[in-house]
Design a protein around this ligand. Structure first.
Ligand SMILES: Cc1cc2nc3c(=O)[nH]c(=O)nc-3n(C[C@H](O)[C@H](O)[C@H](O)COP(=O)(O)OP(=O)(O)OC[C@H]3O[C@@H](n4cnc5c(N)ncnc54)[C@H](O)[C@@H]3O)c2cc1C
Length: 432
């Protein structure tokens, strides 16, 4: 499949990229592993006016959406290999590829975090959308960042008894952040609306879950910090913010940092023709992702001048991102919670004790099998990196689980391409 611009990821960033690039006259393909565009925040519910507006703009732009398609490799510049419903697909961009691959949650290991009843905050959200029955269940929501609020609100709406919302950042930092929200009235209003929906539950800053206890499932959590106490509960929803999904960018040779893919003023990465947008570049919410996506879309289509209206919004959101990062920076105590027998990699049952002597992620993978299981390190690598202070790791294809048939197809396509371009060694030469 060939198009002028290929966009990977159909969250707010990818939607804005694809729509604006197509409006600038480019032939655009937008791919996502999911069935529908929308990403983490809008997928499956487009009733929000902002979502409805952008989804309609995407539809009207004429960009093609390729659903159920996961990109797993890039064998050559501006070429991607993916799987559509398990069938291999090769995509080639004439002008540009835009990476809008978003983020995933950061989990930090603590004793008991693998007990049944302990779930990620994003996982809880997904379960609730799927009809998770939590009526009357006592729930503690704990971790860090603004994401705790919509999750607590959704749990309360579903009939759960939200008993505590626990934020690791100090009260001073949280209040400072809240005070700065006068600059973002829509965010302030959203936060107030969420808080109203779980108003009976105390929101306690400066605390964290040190231990989850229970025999065969969660019974209680032990809190540490400003509100040290033991809280009986049936469910613990936990998450320590988001980490950018940069594996594909790394595979394409783009410079990345722990904050995300490095881009220039046009959202172009360090590799010519490869752009980045949204939370894979900087964590700052859906509106920031939209502004970045619109700029990337115009630039990728060769019409950077049409990006002007979006630049001021991007700068405003970048300032919000910086405040967010500062306010919810993770405290050092969280890196010291895991005991020697605490599981860090749950796919391969690797304990914290098993990686204690390792000096890098690579060593932990080679010596203890950390990250070698089904999730390929998506959960445990950021956790281990955070807890041990390790630098990032190199990536290898496939960047997402793929069928052997896809990798064989790719190898066969590569070999056929090589043969077409190589001199025909077996054919007799004219002088023979
Ligand atoms: C678990 C979770 C829950 C969240 N809940 C909320 C919330 O309740 N409220 C809120 O305001 N914000 C929430 N956020 C943050 C919000 O999702 C972001 O602000 C916003 O969606 C960022 O948009 P994006 O386009 O950058 O990325 P995303 O919306 O994350 O979109 C990225 C897309 O890329 C696709 N993708 C990634 N890699 C590949 C690949 N290799 N091949 C194909 N497709 C790929 C993914 O399927 C995804 O659809 C949540 C984030 C997460 C991770």
């Amino acid at each position: 499949v060939t198009a002028d611009v290929i966009v990977v990821g159909a969250g707010p960033a990818g939607i804005a990229t694809a729509a604006t690039a197509a409006e600038c006259g480019a032939d655009v393909i937008l791919v996502d592993a999911a069935a529908r565009p929308g990403g983490q925040i809008w997928r499956g519910r487009s009733a929000e006016p902002l979502a409805a507006r952008w989804l309609e703009r995407l539809r009207a732009s004429g960009a093609t959406f390729l659903a159920h398609t996961t990109i797993v490799d890039s064998p050559a510049h501006l070429t991607l290999i993916g799987e559509t419903n398990g069938t291999p697909v090769a995509l080639h961009a004439r002008r540009a590829i835009v990476l809008a691959s978003g983020t995933r949650e950061l989990f930090l290991p603590f004793p008991g975090w693998t007990l049944p009843g302990v779930v990620g905050v994003g996982g809880a959200q997904a379960l609730l959308k799927g009809g998770w029955h939590v009526n009357g269940q006592r729930v503690v929501v704990a971790g860090s960042g603004p994401l705790l609020l919509p999750v607590a609100a959704a749990l309360a709406d579903a009939g759960a008894d939200v008993v505590r919302v626990i934020e690791q950042a100090s009260t001073r930092r949280v209040l400072g952040f809240a005070a700065s929200l006068w600059r973002s009235p829509s965010r302030l209003a959203a936060a107030a609306r969420y808080r109203g929906r779980f108003r009976r539950a105390p929101y306690q800053a400066g605390s964290w879950v040190a231990r989850a206890e229970g025999a065969d499932r969660l019974r209680e959590v032990a809190l540490a910090g400003a509100h040290a106490e033991v809280v009986p509960c049936d469910i613990l929803c936990t998450g320590y913010g988001l980490v950018p999904s940069v594996e594909l960018a790394q595979l394409l040779g783009c410079v990345t940092t722990l904050r995300g893919v490095t881009v220039d003023d046009d959202q172009q990465t360090s590799v010519s023709g490869i752009y980045g947008a949204g939370e894979a570049v900087a964590i700052g919410g859906a509106e920031a992702a939209l502004a970045q996506g619109a700029i990337a879309g115009c630039a990728a289509a060769g019409s950077r001048e049409r990006a002007e209206p979006y630049r001021a919004a991007r700068a405003r959101h970048a300032a919000f991102s910086a405040r967010l990062r500062l306010a919810f920076a993770l405290r050092a105590e969280l890196s010291r919670l895991a005991a020697d027998d605490t599981i860090v990699c749950r796919c391969e049952d690797v304990t914290f004790g098993a990686i204690r002597g390792c000096a890098s992620l690579r060593e932990a993978r080679l010596h203890a099998r950390l990250g070698m299981g089904a999730c390929q390190g998506r959960v445990c690598s950021p956790a281990a990196r955070h807890v041990r202070g390790w630098a990032g790791d190199s990536v290898r294809p496939p960047v997402a689980p793929a069928r052997i048939a896809t990798m064989i197809h790719e190898a066969a396509t590569d070999a056929a391409t090589d043969m077409m371009h190589a001199p025909a060694m077996d054919e007799p030469h004219a002088e023979d």
